[in-house]
Design a protein around this ligand. Sequence first.
Ligand code: GUN
Length: 283
Amino acid sequence: MAILIDGKALAQKVRGEVAAAAAEMTEKGHKPGLAVILVGEDPASQVYVRNKVRACENCGMYSAKFTLPAETSTEEVIALVEKLNRDDAIDGILVQLPLPKGIDRKAVLRAIAPEKDSDMLHPENLGELASGADCLAPCTPSGVMRMLEEYDIPVEGKRCCVIGRSELVGRPAALLLTGKNGTVTVCHSRTADLAEETRRADILVAAIGKPKFVTADMIKPGAAVIDVGINRLPDGSLCGDVDFEAAEKVAGWITPVPGGCGPMTIAMLLDNTIKLAKKRLGL
Ligand code: GUN
């Protein structure tokens, strides 16, 4: 039976570290602040944003939430971002994705000041990461790396397989694993024989967005299986991209859904924001 990677407990630990850092900064006269922008009424995004704002406040950080209607223009979103870039109470800015159709996502992400980019999705920040620099990274893949570290799961020299090549998760996860000297394969919908690739992996990161896509026969016995998916089933329950019940009998380590990558994403968002605040203020 696989060792369960308790993302919820680890997130609690990270949030404790964040709270201590936030208290120290507040003591010195600056309460670290995160601005969260939600455009439109996507129900899942509403839940994520609510959780992010609540986590921020629970850690003693300032949070400012901006909710804009789905009809908002790209220029209006950019105007808000630019105002927050200039706001000294704000250390980090997050624009919740996906944005409604009609809004230029790339233009919005490019408008965020790189030094306030809590999500690390500005092309300048992604470029730093791609160059191999030891820098901050997008929240979800940062959470994946932190879980591997915490559970002493070796990456160096290991075969890593990332399923999914999104800008938010798959691509940066591959860069981070490469940075830790893993031998990384990135798979996607056009991969010729996906199971052949996944079966070779010592570390398997599933970020596809398809419920129970990864079955037990796709997993190398003893592998670390990191499930980034959060899918809602017709009965309202949540499940990941991995068939958990079958996979836990084969894997060496596995993350549950919920309680794995989800809470870690939020914890790393706060962690990124604190680090940006420290850097910006020279603390
Ligand atoms: N939507 C789903 N995950 C994320 C994330 O990590 N950041 C942002 N901005 N949007 C998301």
